[in-house]
Design a protein around this ligand. Structure first.
Ligand code: CA2
Length: 188
């Protein structure tokens, strides 16, 4: 009986002799190669507008501090400013910290910027601070009143350190300014 020739499992053939397919650049058949956008702003015109606790009561009480406009009026004001800059406002209000955090998480990789009036959470909600810190894009903190001119406990903002900037004390005009600031930042 003749022994079968041993199967070659390895060879010391010089690598340079072997013809290999060029794998330096992988293409999916005939699809155009699109460069990866550097920032979400290149693919999204969405601006998340968040309102925190009790701001659903705007227009109902304390008109001497917050005016007579309702939350819907504030959102409409921001939306009108956004239209001028080809931006789209997605607005949410919540009285729950966790729900606001979920909205911030949901904006990651989807929204170009965030405008937030965190209400009284401004002054102590470190979890919202952390969530905003994980968002890549401009963050504008906006307040209708000027908390720095009110009770001492309102003088601290735990949101300001992770915001691109803060706009306070200009009432509804603060929302217009916030949208303009976002548009300027996104334009580079
Ligand atoms: O000035 C702002 O926009 C505030 O974020 C409003 C918060 C306050 O805790 C911040 O210090 C500053 C409070 C919102 C409460 O809104 C109400 C509106 C009408 C009636 C009752 C509360």
């Amino acid at each position: 009986m003749v022994d079968a020739a041993p199967e070659v499992v390895a060879s010391d053939t010089d690598d340079a002799d072997i013809e290999r397919p060029d794998r330096s650049c992988l293409h999916v058949a005939n699809l155009p190669v699109r460069p990866r956008p550097d920032t979400i702003a290149e693919v999204s015109d969405l601006v998340l507008l968040l309102h925190g606790p009790n701001l659903n009561l705007l227009g109902e009480r304390e008109p001497h501090i917050y005016g007579t406009d309702t939350l819907d009026d504030y959102v409409a004001f921001a939306t009108a400013a956004a239209d001028e800059h080809d931006l789209t406002i997605e607005a949410h209000q919540s009285n729950f910290e966790g729900e606001l955090i979920q909205h911030v998480h949901g904006a990651r990789g989807r929204c170009a910027a965030i405008i937030i009036n965190p209400g009284a959470f401004t002054h102590y909600a470190w979890a919202i601070h952390d969530a905003l810190a994980a968002f890549d894009g401009p963050v504008v903190e906006v307040h209708i009143s000027n908390p720095n001119a009110r009770e001492p406990w309102r003088h601290t903002s735990v949101i300001a350190p992770v915001a691109t900037g803060s706009i306070v004390g200009f009432g509804k005009h603060g929302y217009d300014l916030a949208v303009r600031a976002v548009a300027a930042k996104l334009a580079g």
